[in-house]
Design a protein around this ligand. Structure first.
Ligand SMILES: NC(=O)c1ccc[n+]([C@@H]2O[C@H](COP(=O)([O-])OP(=O)(O)OC[C@H]3O[C@@H](n4cnc5c(N)ncnc54)[C@H](O)[C@@H]3O)[C@@H](O)[C@H]2O)c1
Length: 278
């Protein structure tokens, strides 16, 4: 018996990183997955984005592990694309019980007065409006089914600590926390819960790139992953540079499960003690 036997989970940004890990974790406990990814490119994002090969790899890994997945390309900035994959997923699996609004991007770090309009628009559109789109595309079917459900939104520990030089990203991630709290009130009469997770650094493509090494080591000319890890370790009372995608997935699985049946409207940090560090 899996905790999610007979359940269906919609996951955004599923092609790689934490999204892939969430798909594997929820599928391993019995959920059928409706997984989508934008496979977008951005002029403002200084690391490579996921490709169709990445999305195919997620499908392969879920199926090789005995799971079921319907995948497709959909950009969280485009509500009609999400509506289309949601409709296909419901036709295939019969409904949606769990939503994981995970897709997100990071931009270059700079003081807020140097942020370009395009950088602001891209990160707010993907990380804030994209969450609204994803949750809104799934909520009506969940409400109509009358079975309750659980929604998990990926915020960031960077929003709790208000990391410097990342104001558009912090605005988006703080925004989803407030939006989640309001949504929790809208959804409660329907026994649908919604919560945020706030991961600290996770070694995905989002972090394992020169942009991030430069953010953490501004005084080094060509900082390496080891240089960045040393700085990050120093930020975290628990003494590790980062958590793993599977740690974020464990939190997602808990919040999605009936073990969290009375938890809604919270922000759950998975942050090696960062939030309350001296
Ligand atoms: N990696 C970290 O250190 C970290 C820490 C805290 C929070 N986060 C957040 O975790 C989430 C997952 O990030 P990750 O670490 O797995 O990075 P990642 O870059 O590996 O994964 C992000 C995924 O989102 C997809 N995506 C990007 N734009 C999209 C769009 N418009 N529509 C649909 N999909 C889109 C990408 O193609 C990619 O597959 C993001 O919301 C990110 O902001 C990351």
């Amino acid at each position: 018996m899996g905790r999610f036997d007979g359940k269906v989970a919609l996951i955004s940004g599923v092609a790689r990183g934490q999204g892939r890990s969430h798909a594997l974790r929820l599928a391993s406990e019995g959920a059928a997955i409706i997984g989508f990814d934008g496979l977008c490119t951005y002029d403002t994002v200084p690391y490579k984005q996921a490709t169709q090969d990445d999305l195919d790899e997620t499908v392969k890994q879920v199926e090789n592990a005995g799971g079921r997945i319907l995948s497709g390309r959909a950009d969280v900035r485009k509500r009609d694309e999400i509506d289309s994959i949601v409709a296909k997923g419901i036709a295939e699996f019969g409904g949606i019980d769990i939503v994981v609004a995970n897709a997100g991007i990071g931009i270059n770090s700079r003081p807020f007065w140097e942020v370009s309009q395009q950088e602001w628009d891209d990160v707010i559109d993907v990380c804030l409006m994209g969450v609204w789109h994803t949750v809104s595309a799934a909520a009506p079917a969940m409400i109509a089914a009358g079975k309750g459900g659980s929604i998990v939104v990926t915020a960031s520990a960077a929003a709790i600590k208000a990391a410097p030089q990342l104001s558009p990203y912090i605005a988006a991630k703080t925004g989803v926390i407030g939006m989640m709290r309001s949504m929790a009130n809208d959804l409660a009469p329907h026994k649908i819960r919604i919560n945020c997770i706030a991961p600290t650094a996770v070694p995905t493509d989002f972090v394992l790139n020169d942009r991030l090494y430069q953010i953490f080591c501004p005084d080094k000319e060509n900082p390496t992953v080891e240089d960045a890890a040393a700085i990050l370790r120093g930020h975290h009372p628990l003494g590790e540079p980062w958590i793993q995608p599977s740690d974020a997935s464990a939190a997602v699985a808990f919040l999605a499960s009936d073990e969290a049946r009375y938890i809604s409207g919270i922000l759950l940090p998975i942050d090696l003690g960062l939030s309350f560090a001296w």
